[in-house]
Design a protein around this ligand. Structure first.
Ligand code: SF4
Length: 788
């Protein structure tokens, strides 16, 4: 290499990526075509390779170098095989599928051939050949039947094709490189995009940056108001400019977190050049919700890839691809908005998306995580939600009710389908018979292994569906069948993960029997994603005790942790704890009246807006009845079980500066976190109970598991998840530096240090009991001092 060449930046590109970028010009088509898994594909390749003659070369690595003024592209790939027994060598590209060759889309075949032609060119130049043949072989996974066709090329044809591909690819890459230079310059010059750092905010950013340099993950607790989003994002943006990172994933659990991240990016964009995409769920952004994602039904799916390539330079003029922009561009260029957001994620600097796109084993973005060539960071907002979300992503359940519903509405003459459903139903019945003997009373069977007999009927059902669902979509049970198909598929997929951190549960205690593969501990898979990244930052206002979160999120305690106090004046918040009420299930009846009385005392000291949180809807209803009978002057607004997004917004919009509303809600429900009622819109929160999750089979299994693992079963399965809910609901009161408010915690379990020790040290907390000051006395002093 010359000195000049050494200065150039090296860029690796796989033959597959090159061919797909340049040649891909088909439709989006998510019709029910069962696709091969990676393992099935490998097996098919090996089977075909074994059928070849002795001198056949399998898995041949090829490489080419292509230089531009600033960059060197190293193009690499592995040929499936080369026949040497012919007059001229034949490069073979093998593709496996459940479809026959004539069912495979022409556009896909075109891309496959392009890939093979690039392989052939690289092989021919390596071996100094003037002619070479290319054989495309399609192997059907049902029986490994193969079909092939041959193409004959000379080196000049292949060379022209190869260089055309590279020119097109490099033109786009150069655009990206130019962008990267511009971005890096602007990020290098970027000052912290707010006037001043808030108290603790600079230290927060420094701890994030230090973790990146030291290749350690970070658990970070920082209360509301410290400016966590920009505090965490800022050092990551700086790392982009220094080429320490290629991409930032900002992961959110709820819509509110996504909105805050997007707003923060908008502020950064006022003084820096970056590109960001917000990925919105398909059902929230699709233009044709009632249609299938295929070209005959949806015009946004038709010719999607060709249209995208044609308008890509135009799209690139934008910097923030949020839902609004993506939908506008989607309509303008007739592109599916959901697919567009995914494709844009390939090239932008920051991806704002739900946890699912990283942590769900089915939904995750394979393009980044299967063959990771990037240095990326995972910034996990509100990470106190992560374990629960990952646990449910790695679990799967199949309910018997589906089968009954589908059988009722299935069109006639679908005997194969009917038989396959019947077999699953038989399996449910035989499980009931078998397991009833071992568990006489509970009617819930639990095992550490998946019992035999289940997988075969599920596989037969999937095969039956795969054979005809693609073409039959107009019968009554279609959507139910589709959903059941996805459930069964998920179930079969989770079987691959099933290990000692899982339990098999067969629940026939209710009318709707269910089979569940319950993941107790998803930490190994969360850790896997963290290990593949350059940095994972888990942050939240409530992420303590760190020991608990580190063990449940990453399975160990190796990562750094750091905690920050609230930047707000602590004199603005008063917390009182009343210990006269028991909320234990068996004692509740005795205490509803006392609880209502204490609440009334709490909200009477100062008129204004309050939200009161209860352990359940049943508890809420009891208190509501007492209020309606005895305190009818109180202006109540109550959460209900079936609230829509509109109802929820109406509920929150009722709280305004001059109203005097007493909201009733349940802990852990939709008003338990992520609501921001600033100033007088909320001056107090009352929390009855210690938030313990419901006692049930699943939570008891968690308890047993954490007992085995850490000797902390009750603490990890019940107590700490409960405390999290208390802290999240309490965190609704002080949302800005000018907020003044009160919290009243009611439960006699606060007498125990095991509960009390988890309340934040920076709170001004007073314990009250029947023999000292009353809630009214204590809060009167506070409100007199803070009479605003
Ligand atoms: S617009 Fe909707 S229906 Fe059409 S391809 Fe996109 S997601 Fe599918």
């Amino acid at each position: 290499m010359t000195e000049e060449t050494i200065k150039k930046r090296l860029y690796h590109v796989s033959v597959k990526d090159l061919a797909e970028f340049v040649i891909n010009h088909g439709d989006i088509d998510y019709r029910y075509r069962k696709s091969a898994t990676a393992i099935e594909g490998i097996r098919a390749h090996q089977t075909i390779q074994k059928r070849r003659p002795n001198d056949y070369l399998a898995e041949v690595t090829v490489e080419g170098i292509y230089e531009t003024d600033d960059y060197i592209f190293s193009i690499k790939g592995r040929i499936d095989g080369v026949f040497l027994d012919k007059e001229i060598p034949v490069v073979e590209e093998i593709k496996s599928s459940y479809l026959a060759m004539d069912e495979i889309k022409e556009s896909d075949k075109f891309t496959h051939l392009a890939q093979a032609k690039i392989y052939a060119y690289l092989y021919a130049t390596q071996k100094d050949l003037s002619f070479i043949d290319v054989q495309m072989t399609y192997v059907n996974l049902m029986g490994f039947h193969e079909e092939s066709y041959l193409n004959h090329f000379d080196l000049i044809q292949l060379s022209e094709f190869y260089h055309l591909c590279l020119e097109e690819y490099c033109a786009w890459q150069n655009k990206l490189f130019e962008w990267e230079k511009k971005r890096n310059k602007s990020l290098n010059d970027l000052e912290f995009p707010f006037k001043n750092y808030r108290k603790g905010q600079r230290e927060l950013s420094v701890s994030v940056y230090r973790s990146l340099l030291e290749e350690k993950n970070l658990f970070l607790q920082a209360p509301t108001g410290l400016g966590k989003t920009i505090g965490v994002l800022f050092p990551n943006l700086k790392a982009l400019a220094e080429n320490k990172l290629d991409k930032i994933f900002y992961l959110t659990a709820k819509n509110m977190g996504r909105v805050v991240a997007e707003e923060t990016i908008k502020i950064v964009l006022e003084s820096a050049e970056i590109k960001a995409v917000v990925i919105t769920a398909k059902d929230k952004t699709c233009f044709n919700l009632d249609k299938a994602c295929e070209p005959d039904s949806c015009s946004y799916a038709k010719d999607y890839y060709k249209k995208l390539k044609d308008v890509l330079p135009k799209l690139w003029e934008n910097n923030l691809f949020n839902q609004q922009t993506i939908e506008k561009l989607g309509r303008e260029y007739e592109l599916c908005p959901f697919e567009l957001s995914l494709d844009l994620s390939n090239w932008v600097d920051v991806i704002i998306c739900d946890y699912n796109y990283v942590y769900d084993p089915i939904v995750y973005l394979r393009r980044f995580f299967d063959d990771n060539k990037l240095k990326y960071s995972l910034l996990v907002d509100e990470s106190h939600n992560l374990v629960d979300r990952a646990r449910s992503s790695y679990s799967a359940a199949v309910n018997r009710d589906w089968i009954k519903k589908i059988k009722l509405n299935l069109p006639e003459n679908h005997n194969v389908m009917m038989e396959s459903l019947e077999k699953i139903d038989q399996q449910f019945k035989s499980f009931k018979k078998r397991f009833s003997k071992s568990i006489k009373f509970e009617k819930v069977y639990v095992d550490k292994v998946i019992p035999r007999g289940l997988v075969t009927p599920f596989n037969s059902f999937i095969a039956a569906v795969d054979n005809w669902l693609a073409d039959e979509n107009s019968f009554e049970a279609y959507s139910e069948l589709k959903e059941f198909y996805f459930e069964v598929n998920r179930f079969l997929k989770m079987r691959d993960f099933f290990n000692d951190k899982y339990r098999f549960i067969f629940d026939f205690s209710k009318k709707n029997w269910a089979i569940n593969l319950m993941c107790l501990d998803p930490s190994q898979w969360i850790k896997e994603k963290a290990d593949a990244s350059s940095l994972a930052v888990y942050f939240s206002a409530t992420l303590k005790p760190f020991d608990y979160f580190k063990k449940t999120i990453e399975g160990d305690c190796e990562s750094y942790d750091v905690e920050f106090d609230s930047p707000f004046n602590q004199k603005n918040l008063k917390v009182v704890v009343n210990t006269e009420v028991s909320t234990k299930y068996k004692e509740r009846d005795e205490f509803y009246g006392v609880a209502a009385q204490k609440i009334v005392e709490f909200i009477s000291v100062k008129k204004g807006n309050y939200i009161l949180y209860f352990p359940s809807f049943a508890y809420l209803e009891k208190i509501k009845e007492i209020f309606e009978e005895q305190y009818s002057e109180i202006n109540l607004l109550s959460q209900s079980r079936e609230m829509t997004v509109v109802d929820r917004n109406d509920f929150l919009n009722s709280f305004h500066d001059t109203s005097e509303i007493i909201g009733l809600a349940v802990m852990g429900g939709s008003f338990g976190e992520g609501i921001d009622l600033v100033g007088n819109r909320l001056i107090g929160v009352g929390v009855v109970g210690v938030g313990l999750p419901m006692v049930c089979v699943e939570n008891n299994l968690l308890k047993d598991y954490f007992d085995e693992q850490y000797h902390k079963g009750f603490e990890y399965a019940y107590q700490l998840p409960g405390i999290q809910k208390i802290l999240q609901t309490s965190g609704r009161v002080i949302r800005s530096e000018n907020d003044v408010g009160v919290i009243c915690l009611i439960d006699n379990r606060y007498k125990q240090s095991s509960y009390l020790k988890h309340l934040p040290k920076y709170w001004d907390t007073t314990m009250l009991s029947s023999n000292n000051r009353t809630i009214k006395e204590e809060l009167s002093v506070f409100w007199n001092q803070n009479n605003n």
